[in-house]
Design a protein around this ligand. Structure first.
Ligand code: S3P
Length: 442
């Protein structure tokens, strides 16, 4: 079967240098903001994955010209609210929560009803988290199944800034409201629990009137509509979430070394590094530099055979939200019992990841104690898997596929992992990079 990955051998010791593809959050934000700019913007190293293609196709359907060239992507923006709203328009967000939710923020002024649909996984996910604040701006929503896709949005001509408290630590909710704010009269005030801040940094870089006051657990953001957004070129740095799979592959492969070049190390994204270092992993950031408000560095990793348990501080949760599945693999190999709590948001992702993480660890022979929002993982530093493990029916969650692949390559056993094409969501070159690291891997 073409879409099935079988792994029956561990990866060999390696010492390599790799690049991962462009950051997904920044790629989608570039597409959406370039669509609102006036004139031609270019992105280099834009992630060409299904989530980003969904965003590109979305803005195209709204009349924006997008040209994909060999080395860059070009978007000819039509200015703020420059979308062409046609009758019976359907946008397909596919698997992308980020595009689906952020785009609805940009459609706050649509003069026609626009339908947003998504794949099976996205159609199970909650949209009330953004329809509630967007209704306050003046938009109307229509759906059959409460707060689930398909959803129709009808914007309002006179949208007004709102006051909004975001208390899930969700950058998607915060960013959706921020995009609605650039289309609205007056000021929008947001009190947001800490989450990734790429939108804020891009707004600052683009001179969109934004003020951010940082407090301990929350940020206070206020935004006014700009008159115009200038077209802008952007070189998307490598994705830390994609890097995390290779960071863990290296940590769990004794005597191996890896250098990942040019990765975005935005402090709101590197919880994975903080957590793994606390567990005894050898990770070093080299050649640090700044790029348009973002931080970039090379990441050097060494294999480890002395990993410690962690009682993971809750304040790191949103900074590592997409990386917990691979962090759980390190906990499986660590000495002692690790504890991760306050993680109900993990079950709101492309699949219920807290449940799936626990299930896969159990299949591997690792004991876990799972509650609605926490997991205890009983590590086994000497675990060697010899049995067969089949991973399927996981809603094609790309990160479940990649976590399972890393587990197979580091713990052994005979794995059959279904839905190989799920990697196209966020990291199409994932398997090619593994082959580059160990060319015996097919
Ligand atoms: C993202 C935010 C996170 C993350 C997702 C990308 C973003 O979701 O899980 O992969 O680009 O804003 P939440 O904001 O819902 O936590």
């Amino acid at each position: 079967m073409k879409n099935l990955l079988s792994i029956n051998n561990k990866i060999n010791i390696f010492n390599k240098v790799i690049n991962v593809e462009g950051d997904k959050s920044l790629s989608i934000r570039w597409v959406l903001l370039a669509s609102q700019a006036s004139g031609k913007s270019k992105a280099y190293n834009l992630l060409m994955s299904e989530d980003v293609l969904a965003a590109i196709n979305g803005v195209k359907k709204l009349g924006i010209v997008v040209n994909t060239k060999k080395n860059y992507c070009e978007i000819i923006g039509n200015g703020i609210n420059g979308f062409k709203y046609k009758k019976n328009l359907t946008l397909d967000a596919k698997n992308s929560g980020t595009f689906g939710r952020l785009m609805l923020g940009l459609l706050i002024k649509s003069s026609k009803k626009i339908k947003m649909i998504g794949d099976k996984s996205l159609s199970k996910r909650d949209f009330s988290r953004i329809t509630i604040p967007l209704e306050k701006f003046g938009a109307k929503f229509y759906y059959k199944k409460k707060n689930k896709l398909p959803i129709l949005i009808l914007g309002s001509e006179s949208t007004k800034g709102i006051r909004y408290i975001e208390n899930k630590g969700s950058a998607q909710c915060k960013s959706s409201v921020m995009l609605a704010a650039i289309n609205s009269f007056g000021t929008t005030f947001i009190k947001a629990k800490k989450s990734r801040n790429h939108s804020e940094l891009l707004f600052k870089y683009l001179k969109i009137p934004i003020k951010v006051k940082k407090a301990k657990n929350y940020d206070f953001i206020n935004i006014k509509a700009p008159k115009k957004i200038k077209a802008f070129n952007y070189k998307i740095p490598g994705d830390i979430s994609s890097s995390a799979f290779f960071i863990v592959l290296t940590i769990l492969t004794k005597s191996s070394k890896l250098l990942i070049k040019d990765v975005n190390i935005n402090p709101s994204r590197i919880g994975v590094i903080t957590i793994l270092k606390k567990m005894g992993a050898k990770i070093f950031l080299k050649n640090k530099r700044n790029y348009r408000g973002e931080k970039i560095s090379d990441i050097s990793i060494q294999g480890s055979n002395n990993l410690k348990r962690i009682n993971c501080p809750v304040k790191l949760n949103s900074k590592a939200i997409d990386e917990f599945l691979v962090i759980f693999l390190v906990a499986a190999k660590a000495k002692g019992t690790s504890y991760f709590k306050d993680l109900s948001e993990l079950d709101q992702k492309e699949s219920p990841r807290l449940k799936w993480g626990s299930k896969i660890l159990n299949m591997m022979g690792i004991k876990t104690k799972l509650t609605k929002d926490s997991i205890k993982i009983y590590g086994q530093p000497n675990l060697k898997i010899t049995k067969s493990i089949i991973i399927k029916n996981y809603l094609r969650d790309h990160r479940i596929f990649m976590m399972s692949t890393i587990a197979a390559l580091t713990f052994g056993g005979n794995w059959k992992i279904h839905d190989k094409d799920s990697i196209n969501t966020s990291f199409p070159s994932f398997l090619k990079i593994i082959k580059k690291i160990d060319n015996k891997f097919l």
